[in-house]
Design a protein around this ligand. Structure first.
Ligand SMILES: [Zn+2]
Length: 176
């Protein structure tokens, strides 16, 4: 499987989950599955693109300053989604508001591994951002069509093997 194929599957499932959660569904509906199929195919064959990071930024203004990880509103700082130590940049797409507690707990750990270690599924909006920053980084490195286990893909500072690709929990267990 190439990185592009993996991202298409993961992003398709993410869109399905996002639809179900925002509609308060208990199960994945036919519409949610259709969204997944359409987006996965479109991303895989290049007829569709992920929404821009800018669209998510606008949403953030509406939500006010709250922690992207736990949702609390106290002692908000800017957290590097991809840690600086791993090569994460100081740019808007890599910075998220986070409370001091989450920020120091996450430290220099990868975002997905940090959640994995606690046995929790990551918030959908942050997972979405993680995949977008991954695509920006992988496109710059020219490795989107490399196999996921190739050296070129291994060099991008993301936990590729920890990306939830197909096994998403039921909507009740997810949050945005
Ligand atoms: Zn927090």
């Amino acid at each position: 499987m190439t990185l592009r194929e993996l991202v298409a599957l993961a992003y398709g499932n993410l869109a399905m989950a996002h639809y179900a959660v925002t509609h308060g569904d208990k199960q994945y509906s036919k519409t949610a599955y259709m969204i997944r199929a359409k987006l996965t195919r479109g991303l895989r064959y290049g007829s569709m693109a992920m929404g821009s990071v800018l669209a998510d930024e606008k949403l953030k203004f509406h939500n006010g300053a709250q922690c992207s990880y736990c949702g609390c509103t106290e002692q908000i700082v800017l957290d590097h989604l991809i840690p600086g130590a791993a090569g994460g940049r100081d740019t808007g797409d890599n910075l998220l508001p986070a409370c001091k507690r989450c920020n120091s707990s996450k430290g220099s750990k990868d975002f997905l591994r940090w959640y994995q270690a606690r046995g929790e599924f990551p918030p959908l909006m942050v997972l979405r951002r993680y995949l977008k920053v991954l695509v920006i980084t992988a496109e710059t490195a020219g490795v989107m069509d490399y196999p996921v286990d190739s050296d070129g893909v291994r060099e991008v500072p993301f936990a590729i093997e920890a990306i939830p690709v197909t096994c998403f929990p039921l909507p009740d267990l997810l949050r945005l």
